[in-house]
Design a protein. Structure first.
Length: 144
């Protein structure tokens, strides 16, 4: 097993913009959708995503906060080996505008034209409990 730290994982995640967020659908199956981490990857086990209240991910996290994230880095990016990261954790729904501002990136206005004032805006906070990684040469697990 590998010896990566959260700091090592954070560094490798800087080149990955999109993750797949997995929730539990009402029928019990896993439901996944792409989410942008907006380069908010000073990673300490917390991930932050914006969505609308009406999104299935928001409804599913409200019903069952157990979630997973899947990250895949590009092969050979800047001479680095590929990285694959699987995160298990709990999702929390935040509706506090002050918290929106902390994690807002102007690029998000492509999807949320009114910025942090977008009606129905929700911040999804995923707090990791387990991280498993494969980097093309090694694999390991980090308990958070």
């Amino acid at each position: 097993m590998g010896q990566m730290t959260l700091s090592d994982i954070s560094e490798k995640m800087r080149d990955i913009d999109f993750t797949m967020l997995f929730t539990h659908a009402p029928n019990g199956q896993l439901a996944g959708r792409p989410m942008s981490n907006n380069r908010d990857v000073d990673y300490d086990g917390d991930s932050w995503f914006f969505a609308l209240e009406s999104a299935s991910a928001v409804q599913e996290i409200a019903a069952d906060p157990n979630v997973a994230l899947s990250f895949a880095g590009s092969k050979g990016l800047l001479g680095k080996p590929p990285i694959f990261i699987s995160v298990q954790g709990r999702g929390e729904l935040i509706r506090d505008k002050a918290r929106f501002v902390e994690h807002w990136d102007k690029d998000l206005e492509r999807w949320f034209e009114q910025g942090v004032d977008t009606p129905g805006l929700v911040l999804i906070h995923v707090q990791a409990s387990r991280i498993h990684y494969w980097d093309g040469e090694d694999e390991g697990e980090i308990a958070v």
